[in-house]
Design a protein around this ligand. Structure first.
Ligand code: M6R
Length: 591
């Protein structure tokens, strides 16, 4: 989603800003822009589309030599993705970039229009610029910003320049923003990866704090007083933008799955480490997350209830945060997030913490808000994911759930097998990934279709949800996931001649039931496709994907990668922008 970088120092400002924007590209955006200043004039250059287009424009149009500036990648929220709505925005003396959503911007805009302000864009961000400009008329900068903070409702991270002032200002609420500290240069950024090439020292800004950056010093103020803050050191290696010879990050990241999975399983093969996975103290679990992370949670729910004897409910974070919570003394809230910056998941986590319930986060980004704030964390350590569609991070989330259910069930005396059964999964996963030709062939049979279904029961339904999401997000082929037995209660009316219905079968007990449901769709003309494990495969007359058998705790980790590859090849055949699907962002930092 939107990204911010700001720089003040001796280097060529546009170089630093562009590098930062390139590093933020993976988050998803639809326009980009910079504002630079030479201590006198401010020059704003924006473009719709990729940062490379902005770079071309800067090379052609930029006239000033600057030592400070701010830059932004925008993922449209208020107002369409066009040049006028792209950031930075300038009104009066104020130039700014903004991440987040100002919820009372319509009201503020109305008042400002009455006071004579004119607006060019449809954005809420321009309203912030106008409001600050208004307060600057009678106040010094810090007072004006404090008045601004009082008026704004919603979420924001702001990087601000004021005419003839030669400083950068930064403030935030609910959207992340940090201050990077260098030698005779300082930075601001929404994500450490934007500046890690220059410095690993940073300070996290908290709501109501205002950072003032100059070339050789920085100051932070809260409620009008200067405060000292801890300087943190990041061990982020930055974004490895290389594709390692693959044509897409998505493929590269899928192919990394066996390695990162092995690393995770090896870590928890140590009994001491495994204690962190034991949830036997809890009677009830709420799993809260968004998108694929929530679907990993659905797998977790099935495993917890089946093998660890813990009642588990899965909620989308956007619903959970506004629902009445019913906790007992032994409830655990598990948050799941690759980025650790998903706005709804953060808000749900903070609510749970405030209500004094135990929280545990399964999170990939160690520098993220969720990793910092959750009661306990389990890092998946999948490494950075660049493709918008999550693949390796999802598999590791599922693996953590499987290991948790297994460890808890074992400690409760419900499971006889040994943890070592996890060790064989990475090698079996390699076999799944080797069958590229089969996925390509199947993709050829599907890619021209208009719509398709994924059906399954129990844990297989959870896998259907992820398979279906992956397919639609990267290939734009309409797809629905359904509990196999539920289809005939209405939705089967959508089944048409030739429509692919992909039936997932890993649960032996439910195999015959799911097959009957698949047959019901075939009787109405569907193209039945089966995804199953070797031990259950007796499907001679079907198009099918067969993965190696492993165990009821680990089958999911072999089935979903096959579906990820199928989606990849369908998207490739349909000519889609696989790593950056339309309308999507990697890190969803607004509600
Ligand atoms: O960073 P998070 O795991 O919190 O992100 C949650 C969802 O936005 C994410 O899983 C999304 O659904 C992906 N595009 C799925 O591939």
């Amino acid at each position: 989603m939107c990204g911010i970088i700001g720089y003040i120092g001796g280097k060529k400002t546009t170089d630093v800003l562009l590098e930062g924007l390139y590093a933020l590209e993976y988050r998803g955006y639809d326009s980009a822009g910079v504002a630079i200043c030479d201590n006198k004039d401010i020059e704003i250059i924006k473009s719709v589309g990729r940062v490379s287009l902005l770079e071309e424009k800067i090379n052609k149009e930029s006239k000033i030599k600057s030592n400070y500036g701010i830059a932004h990648t925008r993922w449209a929220t208020n107002g369409e993705a066009n040049l006028t709505n792209a950031h930075p925005h300038k009104i009066g003396k104020v130039t700014l970039v903004h991440n987040g959503i100002i919820e009372n911007s319509d009201l503020l805009k109305e008042k400002l229009i009455k006071e004579g302000y004119k607006f060019n864009s449809d954005t809420d961000s321009e309203v912030v610029a106008a409001l600050l400009d208004k307060y600057l008329k009678d106040n010094d900068v810090l007072k004006a910003i404090n008045l601004l903070i009082k008026d704004l409702k919603g979420s924001y991270a702001l990087g601000i320049m004021i005419d003839n002032d030669n400083k950068l200002y930064a403030l935030r609420k609910d959207s992340p923003l940090l201050l990077g500290i260098g030698e005779k240069e300082n930075f601001l950024a929404s994500d450490i990866t934007a500046i890690i090439k220059h410095t690993n020292k940073y300070i996290l800004l908290e709501p109501k704090e205002i950072a003032v950056l100059e070339e050789d010093k920085y100051e932070i103020f809260k409620d009008g007083n200067k405060i000292e803050k801890e300087v943190l050191i990041s061990d982020s290696k930055g974004i490895d933008n290389s594709k390692n010879g693959y044509s897409h990050h998505m493929m590269k990241e899928i192919m990394e799955e066996p390695i990162v999975l092995k690393r995770l399983i090896d870590r928890f093969s140590d009994e001491k480490e495994r204690k962190n996975l034991d949830l036997s103290n809890y009677k009830e679990i709420d799993i809260v997350a968004c998108g694929s992370a929530m679907y990993a949670g659905l797998v977790g729910q099935n495993l917890f209830e089946e093998y660890a004897g813990i009642k588990t409910t899965v909620y989308p974070a956007s619903e959970y945060r506004y629902k009445k919570k019913i906790y007992n003394q032994k409830t655990l809230v598990i948050l799941v997030s690759q980025s650790g910056e998903t706005a709804d998941t953060i808000a749900a986590m903070r609510e749970a913490i405030e209500l004094n319930v135990d929280t545990l986060a399964i999170v990939n980004n160690p520098d993220s808000t969720i990793a910092r704030e959750a009661g306990k964390i389990i890092l998946t350590n999948a490494g950075v994911e660049i493709a918008v569609a999550t693949t390796k991070a999802y598999i590791l989330q599922v693996c953590v759930f499987a290991m948790m259910a297994f460890t808890t069930g074992k400690n409760k005396g419900l499971i006889k097998e040994d943890f070592s059964l996890f060790n064989e999964v990475p090698n079996k996963l390699k076999l799944v990934l080797e069958k590229q030709d089969e996925y390509k062939e199947l993709a050829k049979k599907i890619y021209k279709k208009e719509s398709c279904f994924f059906i399954g029961r129990g844990i297989d339904y959870a896998l259907c949800m992820e398979g279906s999401l992956k397919l639609k997000e990267v290939s734009y082929l309409h797809s629905e996931a359904y509990q196999a037995g539920e289809l005939k209660h209405g939705t089967i009316s959508l089944v048409e001649e030739g429509m692919p219905v992909i039936c997932i079968i890993s649960d032996k007990e439910l195999k015959d039931k799911s097959i009957s449901n698949l047959k019901e769709t075939e009787a109405r003309g569907s193209l039945g496709i089966i995804v199953t494990t070797e031990d259950l495969d007796d499907f001679d007359n079907y198009l099918k994907i067969v993965v190696p058998s492993s165990s009821k705790y680990t089958d999911s980790m072999l089935i979903v990668p096959a579906l990820q590859l199928l989606s990849y090849y369908v998207a490739l055949n349909r000519g889609c922008d696989i790593d950056k699907p339309r309308n999507l962002a990697k890190s969803v930092t607004v509600e």
